[in-house]
Unconditional design. Sequence first.
Length: 631
Amino acid sequence: MPVKVSVIVPVYNPGPYIEDCVASLLRQSLPPDEYEVIFVDDGSTDATPARLDALAAEDARVRVFHQENSGWSGRPRNVGIDAARGEYVMFVDNDDHLGDEALERMYDYGVANGADVVVGKMVGRGRGVPVELFRVNRPHASVENAPLIDSLTPHKMVRRAFLERTGLRFPEGRRRLEDHVFVTEAYLRADNVSVLGDYVCYYHVRRDDSSNAGFQRFDPVGYFKNLREALDVVERYTEPGPLRDRLFRRWLRVEMVERLRGKRFLGLPEDYRKQLFEEIHGVVVERFGPGVAAPLQPTQRVVAALVADGRYDDVVAFAEWEAGVALTVDPEDVRWVDGVLRIAFAAELTHDGGPMTFPSAGGSPRWPPADVREAVRWLGEDTVGRFGRAKPDLLLRDRASSAQYFHPVEVVRETVPAGDGSRVRLVLRGTATVDPAVREVLPADGLWDVYVRVGLGGWTKELRLGPAPRGERPAPPAGVVAGRVVLPYWTDRHAALALDVGRAGKRLGFGRLTPGDFEVAGDRVAVRLALYVPGATEVLLRLSAAGGVYDVPGVVSPGGELAVVLPTASLVGRVWRAALCLTPGVQDRFHPLAVALRVGAEGVRVVPAPRPGPVRRLARRVRRLLHRLFG
């Protein structure tokens, strides 16, 4: 069978952090004979070389190459490219890992769309990753129609014939940003780039000890020398004009301006801050025309202007002011409506702990500002002028994997008078819809934390939805929608909103039911549950006693009333423990009720459930432990 994908992993002293990477590569859904894993050990001095050799001896998919330390990842990746046999090559770092279906999905997507480069959705665990790029699938992407330039890490799948045709390889040696040079050229020379945004393919992980190469403080002189090489690639393959300016803007924004802002900048040693500023100033003056900085977000544009003028002290002063900017998000309502969960919230920026205020009219502020005070005034007026386009996002983030997905938001923008009326607060009121039936945006069972993301005035802030004071928390019931149980709840630690999808147990409240909550009429038993269903929903009531189990169909109607007709003739003479399955045939999970049914010749009585014996209690503890560990 021809090899479809060659996975190339440069390795240098990863220690135990390589184990998650190895495990994810060996459990890929792509058939074992259709991919290979090439580890290139770059002179590791820990136990990794022996670990990899043992792995290769056990698994025919694995090949290992050893070499003297080259100083960085470029040389090992190139060795892997030259040794690869796959139609595509996939670059993975030894600290990171893949989603179980990543290779299969990315390969199929690339082939279907004739892609030379496939970019799979990334999730950052302690690391920043692009967000906007993965908002939707993009089968035919380019630097002109998609924010590809936001993703310059090497973790892509690339057609090997494309690499051979172009001769494209990573720069080698002890250096930085070799991935920027490689990926930028790949984007600009590829016939097509495809972005897979609906499945998490790559988990970009920050080590617990923060020893990933990308987190080490760099030498500004060498770093920006290497950055200029990426700019050279852009100049080589584009003409002067708006496209080149837009691509250059990525480096100005991410590698320069963002390093000089707020707490991030102020946290650096003074001598290092000055050196960093001087190197950035040199690149800005040398390489960037006015069209590069002009479309930046307002705060970024302020910093870029100060840098271009060489005003180090003003950059520090602006960072000190900006360090006081934060976001507050207040939950206003959470309820089920027509089969979807509607989440309403209000969000606004704060400064030094209080609401941030802005001029009541946008005006036409002067540019460039003469000093930091004027820069803050210009920023406020500009933000008011742009407020009509501001829109918050609501994201659900899987607590186990960190995967996150956008959900639709309706927005109302409010300007609220502040003080004497010459200033206003800018408040965004959003109502988001979470539809359990749409698997693409709520794909897996588990615990999902609710985040709100706001871009306003050049700040992009993200915050969990909360905290909500105990007496003011909207408390919708669990919903059974599209064969899924979704329970909104407020976390104990942060009083923030989260969703329990498919795993809720005690939180459902069935253990608090008492015999007085039930109505019995002949062989019909009914009880009102704290449960939302969009229409009549079939459930299953399991009755169990020594030597017998009966599964009795029931129906939950809108309003939450459960009605069951019992086969009383088969139940006479015993006390039956009761448990309820809300999603029969989808997830056959039964939730114990705190009652039992005593069926006798005189009829059916609902009684408190008998206390389980010690063996049964121990078995329950073991089941709960296994469920927590393995889901």
